[in-house]
Design a binder for this molecule. Structure first.
Ligand SMILES: [Zn+2]
Length: 437
């Protein structure tokens, strides 16, 4: 009995000791994991303090129109309801620069797209010039100078070439208002470039993804020093633009097709051409584009970064999250305050500080500078006076500004109302003479 009790006690002791060891291991592993996560988060915040993010695409202006009718006077820009972007959250997300899109619905094509674009440019300009926390810039140097500033720099882009109504003078006027980037299409074709989407029937074509006028648009953007943005363009249009453009181009908010086969994303062969061109793909976070479903997480977004790095290197990558441009962002990346979670994940996957510095801001500044250098090399080139052939942009709202030709019949018709008056003028004096004489 005594021996049995002793053996049992020994057994209990061994079991207690084994389970104690398991608890110790569990705590150790948990501590190690937690320590890893905490140290990666601290490192991410440290790197982002040195290299504040420049994000390539944000649709806050669209949401300001939808939810707040662009009435900035009624809003606190540090805390804007119903949107994913405001100054407080941009600061929490370590954002140092933001490209804001003046986006116009494709249903406005050939209607009032130009007016709507002007209104969106106006609201971005007001947002970025009336707030002491923001600063509107128009040059790569403007971003560079802002590195140590407490202000968040803004750049204006236009999303959708339908906003220029096939007019190079309109494009130049957008430039004068501070626009430095334009996506050639949104979800509709323009008369001169093709969209990745087939939703709208406007200007459908079987070939010729970039017409002669489309090439003139790209050349004029090169001459002005505007970033040509191929997000939303069809792959054929992207290939044609990459062949034609004298300057590097960007995909301001697109991800890797090899990871999620959505046509808004960029296939590997295009990534390789992009690398030759010296351009940039700024990765989109929208769940449908990163996971091909409405459920995604930080890890699947990081998969796009890993893939693109494997194909073309980290120097071709940026971030264009597309916040406020869609509903359904990954868990952990729901708004502009969450960028550090992604950087932390990339650190855990072995991304170096140099690579991350490029992804966060330096790659974008390098590409913008190159675009400006191409502009400087074209200073002697005059503004283009190319016009789109009328038949290529034929629509009911387009007025032909020519003097109406007067035909013989219209000449007579024009005179005919006067005939009774002239006859009366002859008749009255004769009638008066007849009475008196
Ligand atoms: Zn978009």
């Amino acid at each position: 009995m005594g021996n049995w009790a002793s053996a049992q006690g020994h057994q209990d002791f061994r079991e207690a000791s084994i389970s104690g060891q398991w608890i110790q291991w569990f705590i150790f592993i948990l501590f190690t994991l937690l320590h890893g996560v905490i140290s990666e988060t601290i490192r991410a915040l440290d790197i982002m303090a040195k290299y504040p993010l420049i994000d390539g695409h944000n649709d806050l202006a669209l949401q300001l129109r939808i939810h707040h009718h662009n009435k900035l006077s009624l809003l606190d820009s540090h805390n804007i309801p119903l949107v994913a972007t405001d100054i407080s959250r941009l600061k929490a997300g370590r954002v140092g620069g933001q490209v804001f899109a003046a986006y116009v619905l494709c249903t406005a094509q050939d209607k009032d797209a130009v007016r709507l674009a002007l209104e969106q440019i106006d609201v971005i300009r007001r947002l970025c010039t009336e707030n002491p926390g923001l600063e509107l810039v128009t040059t790569a140097e403007g971003f560079n100078n802002s590195k140590n500033s407490t202000k968040i720099t803004c750049l204006i882009s236009v999303e959708g070439g339908h906003t220029i109504d096939s007019s190079l003078p309109a494009l130049r006027m957008f430039y004068q208002l501070g626009v430095r980037s334009m996506a050639l299409t949104h979800t509709c074709n323009t008369p001169w470039a093709e969209s990745s989407s087939k939703i709208y029937q406007h200007y459908q074509r079987k070939s010729n993804s970039l017409t002669e006028f489309g090439k003139a648009v790209v050349s004029e953007m090169n001459r002005l020093g505007m970033l040509v943005d191929l997000s939303h363009s069809s792959w054929e249009t992207a290939r044609a633009v990459l062949k034609h453009s004298a300057a590097p181009i960007i995909f301001s908010h697109s991800s890797a097709y090899a990871v999620c086969n959505n046509t808004r994303n960029v296939p590997d062969d295009l990534l390789l051409r992009l690398k030759e061109n010296g351009g940039l793909i700024m990765v989109n976070f929208y769940s449908d584009f990163v996971a091909c479903s409405n459920k995604a997480n930080v890890s699947v977004v990081a998969d796009h970064f890993d893939h693109i790095k494997r194909v073309v290197g980290a120097e071709s990558i940026g971030i264009g999250a597309d916040f406020d441009g869609a509903h359904g962002f990954p868990q952990g990346l729901e708004d502009v305050s969450k960028y550090p979670a992604l950087i932390s994940e990339l650190i855990s996957r072995g991304w170096t500080e140099k690579e991350l510095a490029g992804v966060l801001r330096l790659n974008f500044i390098r590409v913008f500078r190159k675009v400006e250098k191409v502009r400087d090399g074209m200073l002697k080139t005059s503004p283009s006076e190319v016009e789109i052939p009328f038949l290529e942009a034929n629509n009911s709202c387009r007025v032909i500004l020519t003097r109406p030709v007067r035909t013989e019949s219209s000449h007579q018709n024009h005179k005919s109302p006067l005939l009774p008056v002239r006859a009366l003028a002859w008749f009255i004096p004769i009638f008066v003479q007849l009475i008196y004489y």
